[in-house]
Write a protein of this length. Structure first.
Length: 80
């Protein structure tokens, strides 16, 4: 993809297609690190640990945190 630098108020900006953002797992309003090395500009989405709520979404909000979990019968030399 090619894009063009355009004026944007007192700065300059570029547009990035929705397909590229989806492929890079970048959403609107995400914070990106801008790195410049040898004339190359790189945008990097920094690693961020997910919150408990974000993790719970994968399990329909149900993490089974209330009570004990049944791991089944012992399968080795465990002592219960």
């Amino acid at each position: 993809m090619q894009t063009q630098i355009k004026p944007w108020v007192n700065s300059q900006g570029i547009r990035i297609s929705k397909d590229i953002l989806l492929e890079a797992d970048i959403d609107v309003n995400d914070v990106l690190e801008v790195r410049v090395s040898n004339g190359v500009i790189t945008l990097v989405k920094p690693f961020r640990h997910k919150t408990l709520e974000e993790r719970a979404e994968k399990f329909n909000g149900n993490l089974n945190l209330d009570g004990e979990y049944d791991w089944g019968e012992p399968m080795g030399r465990e002592v219960w």
